[in-house]
Structure formats: C-alpha cells, structure tokens
Design a protein around this ligand. Sequence first.
Ligand SMILES: Nc1ncnc2c1ncn2[C@@H]1O[C@H](COP(=O)(O)OP(=O)(O)OP(=O)(O)O)[C@@H](O)[C@H]1O
Length: 274
Amino acid sequence: MVTLRLNDIGTRYGNVQVVSGITTPVIQPGTVTAVIGPNAAGKSSLFKRIAGLAKGTGVVELGTKTKDRNTICYMPQDTGSTAVLTVYESIILAAKQGSSLRVKADELERIDEILAALRISNLSGRNLGELSGGQRQLVAIAQTLVRDPKILLMDEPTSALDLHRQMEVLSFMRDIAKGQNIIVLIAIHDLNHALQYCDQAMAIRDGRMVAFGPCAEVIDRDLLRDVYQVDGHVELNSLGHRHVVLRGPSDQTDSRHDTAILRNPRNETALAAQ
Ligand SMILES: Nc1ncnc2c1ncn2[C@@H]1O[C@H](COP(=O)(O)OP(=O)(O)OP(=O)(O)O)[C@@H](O)[C@H]1O
C-alpha cells in the first residue's frame, strides 16, 4: 500500500522560488485530493516536483519500499500531441513505457476497458492530431490510467471537457481511487466540483500551502476572500450539497499579502513547522 506525505517540498525555476515549504499530513490510498489555488499559485510546479520531473528541496515520502516508474504518474495540463499515431497505438505505448513492447491479451483487455469507461472506444482508430481538445484530454486520461499508477497527479483533467464529461470523468476518478485504492490528486479550478467529488483539499497561494483538510472545512468564505480575492460564501443547495455562491471580486485586493490563513484541520503540527 502506498501513502503520500510531502515533507517541506519546494521547487524553483532559475532563481525564482515557485513552491516553498509544503508539508502535508499522510494522504491515504482511496482518497481524492483537490489541489486548489489561483493561476500561477504553483499547483503544476508542485505536481512536477512530486513526480520527480522538477528538482527541489524536501522529501516526497511514499510509505513503501517498492517503487517503480509507474508508482507516481503525472498527467500534464497541456496534452497537445503531434505524434502520427492512432489513439489506440498511443495508449499501448503509454502502457508499455520502459518495458518490452510485447503486448499481452490482458493488457489489451485493460485498455479496452478504460476506453469503454471513458466512452472513447470510438476514437481508437483516429489519429491523435485530428482530435478535439476535449477528446485529447480524455485520451490523455486513458494514457495515464493504463500505467496503473499508485499515485495519480492530474493537472486540470477536465478543463477542456463539456459539463457532462466533466462530471463523468470526476466521478470515474473517484471510483478508481476507491476501487483500486490509489491516491488521486487533482488540480482543479471549479470549487463546486472539488466539493462534490473530492474528499479533501489542499489550498496553495503564492507557492505555499495555506490549508489542508476536508473540502467542507477548507472551502469557505475565508478561502474565497484570502486566496481567490472574491466575495462569496458556501451554502447547501437544494440537493443538499455544499455549493459556492459568488458575489464578485473582493474589494480587499491587497488582502493576499496581509491576511495569513493557515489551516489544517487534520494535522496542525505539520504546518506549524512551515
Ligand atoms: N518552465 C517554467 N519556467 C519559469 N517559470 C515557470 C515555468 N513554469 C511555471 N513557471 C512559473 O511558476 C509559477 C507557478 O506556475 P504553475 O504552472 O505551477 O502554477 P499553477 O498554479 O499550476 O497555475 P495555473 O492554475 O494557471 O495552471 C508561475 O509564476 C509560472 O510563471
């Protein structure tokens, strides 16, 4: 079983520190964590650091001694591809990364299952270059899932999808996390989707983690004001779900540097070290 704990994680581009001192409680398998925060907060950079694609400080603790190239998989935000491959070929290649190119029957079955679950079996024979943005995003999800990751880092996986597909994919990811007992981290801008589909949230602002805990505790009026600079609140909608209601941009445009919100309902001590 793989767990994940970030211990004082940081990364930089040249001289610019874009992620600093991120320490989390232990993230358990079977959970979906929303990684939230404004544009340029450092969400993608944090994912790249966790996946080992960016160097930096701190330790990514996995709670296991057995780790292979597919233990942590990162699905980037930009899934553009000009490769002259069909969708099916690209997914076989993703599944076989770094291993023999011989494909077994059960691997093909698994690919078929994932394509069917994402409702993109009809795209199998299409060339990658001729797909729409949303179709490319769904194929990228399939390419990531066939690697059977234990920790899945998905960078805005629904940004190009229509409403139906967004809900379908998020609910599918939640089922995969629970069914396969893996850890899923999703960078996401839609806070209502985070509230609906994710177990917990990690909020990042200016490269620092400012809150970590159950979505219902992290996503509130203070977060909207201090992290997103918008006035709003969270209320129960007619379906009984928590729902963000926005009034508009906050007047306190300078509050991001004045107000320090630092909340971690599950592990105060981890954050105290920051
Ligand atoms: N390759 C790079 N070289 C230099 N700076 C970079 C690079 N990639 C990202 N940055 C900078 O790092 C900071 C964090 O960017 P990052 O992409 O991690 O933010 P993000 O939270 O994922 O944003 P968004 O929600 O807009 O996708 C930004 O200031 C960005 O300009």
